[in-house]
Design a protein around this ligand. Sequence first.
Ligand code: N01
Length: 479
Amino acid sequence: MSGICVAILLRDAGITDVTIFEKAADLGGTWRDNTYPGLYCDVPSRFYQFSFAKNPRWSQVFSPGAEIHAYFRRVAERYRVVEQIRFSTEVVRAELDGDQWRVITSTAEEKRVDFLISATGILHHPRVPSIPGLETFAGSAFHSARWDHRADLDGKRVAVVGTGSTGVQIVCGLAGRAAKVELYQRTAQWVIPFKNRPYGRLVRTAHTVLPWLDDLGYARVRRQLGFFARALIAPGWRRRTLDRACRKNLDSVTDPQLRRRLTPTYEPMCKRLIVSSGFYDAMQRPDVELVTDDIDHVEPGGIVTSDGVLHEVDVIALATGFDTHAFVRPVQLVGRGGVTLDELWQEGPFGYLTVAVPQFPNFFMLLGPHSPVGNYSLTSISETQGTHVVNWIKRWQRREFDSVVPTDEATAAFNESIRAAMPGTIWVTGCDSWYLGKDGVPELWPWTPEEHRRRLLAEPPRSDFDFQVGSATRPAKSL
Ligand code: N01
C-alpha cells in the first residue's frame, strides 16, 4: 500500500524513473497476504483509502479485505504504478556507494539508485509459535496470514489461537459456518463495538456524482480517529468515553462466568483496541467455545491443554501476530562506514521523525519505527511520509544537496522526546503488546496524527541534518 502511494506521489511530482521491487508475484502487501475468513479493515473505508483516489463505491463502512485489495490494484493500474513494479524480485541487500545506493536482488541483479525508499510494512513477518507437536497435527495448521484455502472449514472443528484483531475477525467469520470454533485465549482483549452498515446503491451513486461527499466522508472519519488518537495519548474525557464503551460492550455477555473470563486485567486501549460488533455475540453461541487453559502440546488429533484435555479439531488457525520489530529486515542495509541497519538497531529500531536513519543517507522509510499506527489509517500516514520523501527529492533535484542524512544528535533528541512523552499514553499502563520495543517503550507516535502531519510537511530544521553538496558527479537521476 505505501509503495503504491509513494510511487504515485513521485509521479505527480514528475519523477517517473522509479523501480518498485516486489518479492511476491502480486501487489497489495497485507491485503494480498491476508485472506482469512471474516477479514475486513476496522478503519472505516472512507478514510482507509488515498485522499487523491477516493472510491465512491465502497460496499460498507468497514470493507472486506478482498474489496480493499481490489481497490489498491485498481489505483496501481490507473496511476501506471504496475508498470514500475518488478514482481518476484526480492531486495536482499543495499549498500551505500558514494552518494548512491547499490541495490542487489534475489535474482542477482544490481541497480544503482539515488534514493532508496523502504515500503516493506510492519505486520509482515508471521510469528508462528513453537508449540510442541504442531508438526504432527493430522489436520491443517497455518498462520492467519498464510491461510490455506484447501482446508475445508464448513462443518469442521476449528481452533483459533490468539485473540488479537485477527483472531476476533476469524471467530466472527467462522461462527455458524464451522461445526465448532474454539478460541484459545492467552490474554483477554477489550473490544469496542461499531456497526458495519452497508452503503446502499443510492449512497454509492450519490458519492459517484457528487465527489465532495467523499471529501466530507474522508474528513469526518479523520476527525473521529483524531478523537480516538487523543484518547490514546493523554488521560481525560475522551479516554473515559471509550473506556466506558468497551466496558458496556463487555456487559453484553450475559453469562457471568464467561464475562469474567473475557475480562482483561489491564485498561482498554493498552493493547491495540479491537473493533467488532459481532465478537461477544459469537462467543455466546453454543458452537463457539472459549479456551483459557494454556496450550501444552499438539497431537495428531488436536490440541492438548495444560489440564490434560485433548481438544479434537480438524483445523488450527494461528492468529498469533507478527514480528513487528523487523522493520526493513531481512534486507541487509549497509550505510556509511560499512555500518549495517542490524548493527545500528541492535537495541531496537529507531529513526528520525519516523522516516530517516542516521548513517543511511538518501534512505527513507514509510511506516518506519514510531509511526502513528495505533488504530489510525495507515493510508493517511503513508501519504504524509511519502509527501515528506518527495519534498526531499525535489530539493535534491534543485541541487540543494547530493546527499542528506539526519545527525546522530537530532535523532537522539527526537527519540528522547518520544520517551519523555510516553508516560501519558495508554500503552504504558501495564500490558504486553506488539507495540512495545525491547526496552518496553512503545514503538508508536506519542502525539496526535495531526502533529505527525504538521512536522513531516514542514521543512525540517537544517541543523538536524548532515548535507553533502558538490561531492558527487550526478549521473542520470534514478530512484
Ligand atoms: O496479532 P496480535 P493480530 N500461544 O499480535 C496470541 C492489525 N490488524 O494478527 O496477547 C497463545 O495483535 C497473543 O496473546 P497475548 C492490527 O494492527 C488490523 O491479531 O500476547 N497465544 C494475541 O492474543 C493488529 O493489532 C486489522 O497474550 C498466543 C494474539 O496471539 C495487528 O494487525 C485486522 C501465542 C496475537 O495478537 C496484529 O493483529 C487484523 C502463543 N504462543 C489485524 N503467541 C484491521 O482490521 C501469540 N498469541 C485493520
